[in-house]
Design a binder for this molecule. Sequence first.
Ligand code: NDP
Length: 237
Amino acid sequence: MNVLITGGSRGIGAACVRAFVQRGDRVAFFYRQNHAAAEALASETDTLAICADVSDPEVVCRSVEEALSALGSIDVLVSNAGISQIKLLGDVSDEDWRSMIDTNLSGAFYVTRAVTKNMVANHRGSIVFIGSMWGKTGASCEAHYSASKAGLRGLTMALAKELGPSNITVNCIEPGVIDTEMNAELDGDTRRALCDATPLCRIGRAEEVASAVCFLASDTASFITGQILGVDGGFAV
Ligand code: NDP
């Protein structure tokens, strides 16, 4: 299969790149600015790295075209690119709000809109959004992040209905606390508290999210659509 992954240069996205390549799939991935990490991963995995800010709809259209001409088609989209920020509501500026929504929610919309033209024409495809358990439960001091991720739930269910007749499945994975650079600034006490709140008593690994993504994008999951799957060690139960 031909796979496009956004935010593939690091963390969960990079684990997805490796997991799909291991399955024998051809992969292109988007990243925003970390050229060194992206180029290193692309040469390690023999994949195509495209510098594309998902919050810019024109860049997204151009970059999806670039991925399509390299791959020929896109069978799987993993919409993973995202940012996070911890701030009290009163400290969240207009720019903070816009940047969060533009990246996490509008970015997912722009990429999906561009990719589905090809999927609809081929009458086949799988889309996996990477949400967050905070989109289900809400996180204090992360109102803008939680709102952006809750929006992905609506997108998942609406698109599952709209794209189902075109043989395209649309699902969303909501990770719990995963050991990536996104959580690098959490102090020891906070990490311990998060482990304590997780029934499996630990932080998750990016590879554990990637294996769930591969499952939802595989033929094994061909009758699963419109679903939200927590990969969170039981945190949001
Ligand atoms: P990282 O911060 O480790 O990596 C983020 C990735 O997204 C990088 O590849 C980055 O590119 C890319 N990215 C960020 N903004 C843009 C943009 N505007 N356009 C294109 N690419 C962009 O994050 P994680 O791997 O931890 O998170 C991946 C996803 O999983 C996110 O959507 C996040 O919200 C979600 N998630 C993560 C959790 C966690 O605990 N880690 C928990 C729940 C959800 P570059 O390298 O160029 O900066």
